[in-house]
Design a protein around this ligand. Structure first.
Ligand code: DQA
Length: 143
């Protein structure tokens, strides 16, 4: 495994300040640090990115797919809207684990549908930053 790519979509740069009752108090930097420590212990490179722009995520998924690097993807609200992200995963054959901090199925109905899930290897939601750690464990165990 060359590297693990963790890709974060719109508004996740606001974590820690954004709706803390739903998303908790950890910042995106805190989550990156948690993952970085686990990857370093395994000698694996972590590529950790965030963008508010759909096209950046499309390009980064393609990049990871071409590199055969596993992806942990929290696409934020693009989860529920983006055929382009679905196509990027399918088209580049990226191995993607979809993650969410919150339990999207216990929230508004518009969050119940994901365009990512049918193209993903698995889905983890509802455990805060631990969702990312569980995805990392799945990669270490299975991929
Ligand atoms: C989210 C859930 C999405 O519905 C929301 O739009 C987000 C964050 C989560 O991590 O719980 O931005 O992906």
């Amino acid at each position: 495994m060359t590297a693990i790519h963790v890709l974060n979509g719109p508004n996740l740069n606001l974590l820690g300040k954004r709706e803390p009752a739903i998303y908790g108090s950890a910042s995106l930097d805190d989550i990156r640090d948690l993952l970085q420590a686990r990857c370093a212990a395994r000698g694996v490179t972590l590529v950790f990115r965030q963008s508010n722009h759909e096209g950046d995520l499309v390009s980064w998924i393609q990049e990871a797919g071409q590199a055969k690097a596993p992806v942990i993807l929290n696409a934020g609200a693009l989860t529920h809207t983006s055929i382009a992200l679905y196509d990027a995963i399918k088209g580049s054959e990226a191995s993607v684990i979809e993650v969410h901090l919150s339990n999207v199925h216990a929230r508004e109905s518009f969050r119940h549908h994901s365009y990512i899930s049918p193209a993903a290897r698995g889905v983890i939601a509802g455990f805060g930053p631990t969702s990312y750690l569980l995805a990392l464990d799945a990669i270490f165990e299975k991929l």
